[in-house]
Design a protein around this ligand. Structure first.
Ligand SMILES: *[C@@H]1O[C@H](CO)[C@@H](O)[C@H](O)[C@H]1NC(C)=O
Ligand SMILES: *[C@@H]1O[C@H](CO)[C@@H](O)[C@H](O)[C@H]1NC(C)=O
Length: 434
């Protein structure tokens, strides 16, 4: 069914495109690679101008205006300042030498909130909606807002001795190490800075795995969390929908291929794929159809109401942000083996690491912090059944809510145009209550 619809969409799209132009797409691709670095315009050749792009409103003289909005080009600090909360940058060093960047929008020191983003993402995700974003909304309400960055993403490619560009050992981590080293160090840093004994936590997608694995491995951290707000937790993903399911099932092969070519960093900031997306996707309606409707929504759930065409270039200005091969594989393992467990390094290595063939499970029975879980009806990555399983396994769930909109998808929790209407009121209520 899904296959059929994807194939149908793709064929229709390609046919429409070709019939309206009569030419191949190659000149566009060539233009993109011929583009001079730095601008938001593409130099195009006469052939493309006369053929493919003739009908498109984005053509202006000899250049295509990709119409990149200002917020796509502002970095985190620029957005924070623009929306009224000039931010500070802090650096947290973990026990194993990784240095991660922590953004801080100062507010009432008694009410610190820490947000943790998901896979291939960064702290930017919580602010790119500007005035409607979670970070700005909480800062406007007076909270002391802190935003973490996972080790290895564009803000956190730093280590006291290892060089991420030269030392493959730098990339030998998954969310396990983030949970064991980075998050506890971050929480203690914030507590030290604010003079408090507890913080509020918010996690999106894989950001949840870090909070939950941390409290499972270091139960003393349970009491440092007032309440943990869990948005689309990617803890259990065994019922993940197609087409991502295929990637999960093929993960050992993908792992092998990346390992073979010595590629430890996946999708870093500025990678060719990202640069290509940043040029193609903002090209008006065709770009939106291709990148969002035909690709992104197939992965995350279809919902044009929350992720509109005008906003997508801003998303692309800020993501994807890289991670390690091992992190990706660790996540895929929970889908494949249907369990929330330590990294599976293979039977032999597992015996050396854990004293047994199978990796141990994260012990959810010692996760005693208050958890409020929010799920999306149309989340194709973390489906309701998987979220309900996590709810049933945790001991202290204070709220479990499937958001009202029928089409709410995995990304709407952070990028949704109306998240301030459908999600934030519940978050504010929880922060006031606990
Ligand atoms: C954000 O919202 C505030 C309050 O409504 C408004 O004063 C401000 O101009 C907005 N900022 C931007 C950059 O749109
Ligand atoms: C990666 O880290 C693990 C421990 O987390 C260690 O056992 C393993 O030897 C390391 N691998 C490499 C290639 O350094």
């Amino acid at each position: 069914m899904v296959y059929t619809s994807v194939i149908f969409h793709m064929v229709t799209m390609i046919l429409l495109y070709l019939s309206s132009t009569g030419y191949s797409l190659t000149p566009i691709v060539e233009d993109i690679f011929l583009e001079k670095p730095g601008g938001d315009v593409l130099q195009i050749n006469e052939f493309t101008k006369k053929s493919v792009l003739r009908e498109l409103p984005i053509l202006d003289g000899n250049v295509i205006k990709t119409n990149v909005p200002a917020d796509a080009k502002l970095d985190f600090n620029g957005l924070a300042a623009k929306y009224g909360h000039p931010c500070e940058e802090h650096y947290v060093e973990s026990e194993d030498g990784y240095v991660t960047k922590l953004f801080h929008l100062p507010g009432d020191r008694k009410r610190p909130v820490l947000m943790m983003h998901g896979l291939f993402d960064s702290a930017d995700t919580f602010i790119i909606r500007g005035n409607r974003s979670m970070a700005i909304s909480l800062a406007n309400a007076g909270y002391d807002v802190w935003l973490g960055n996972m080790r290895g993403n564009k803000h956190s490619r730093r280590h006291v001795t290892l060089n991420p560009d030269k030392d493959p050992e730098f990339w030998n981590f998954s969310y396990h190490e983030m949970a064991l080293y980075d998050l506890p160090a971050t929480i203690d840093y914030i507590l030290g800075h604010t003079g408090q004994t507890r913080i509020y936590g918010i996690g999106h997608s894989q950001g949840n795995n870090i909070f939950i694995a941390m409290t499972a491995m270091l139960p003393q951290y349970n009491k440092k969390i007032r309440v943990f707000i869990s948005l689309a937790p990617a803890v259990h993903i065994e019922n993940i929908k197609l087409p991502t399911k295929i990637l999960v099932l093929l993960s050992p092969l993908i792992n092998y291929l990346f390992e073979g070519i010595g590629n430890e960093e996946i999708l870093p900031d500025g990678a060719i794929l990202q640069r290509l997306l940043q040029k193609v996707c903002p090209l008006g309606l065709p770009g939106y159809v291709l990148c969002v409707q035909l690709i992104l929504f197939q992965l995350a759930g279809y919902n044009t109401a929350e992720l509109e065409q005008e906003f997508f270039p801003i998303v692309l200005g800020h993501s994807p942000s890289g991670t390690s091969r091992k992190n990706l594989i660790h996540l895929a393992q929970s889908g494949k083996y249907k369990r929330f467990a330590y990294y599976d390094a293979g039977a032999e290595e597992n015996i050396r690491l854990y004293g047994r063939k199978e990796p141990p499970l994260y012990d959810l029975s010692v996760v005693t912090m208050k958890v409020a879980i929010f799920a999306g009806n149309n989340d194709k990555l973390v489906v309701l059944k998987d979220t309900a399983r996590l709810r049933d396994e945790l001991t202290n769930v204070v709220e479990y809510r499937v958001l009202e909109p029928r089409k709410w998808n995995h990304l709407d929790f952070v990028w949704g145009r109306n998240a301030n209407k459908f999600l934030f009121p519940y978050i504010f209520k929880l922060l006031q209550k606990y």
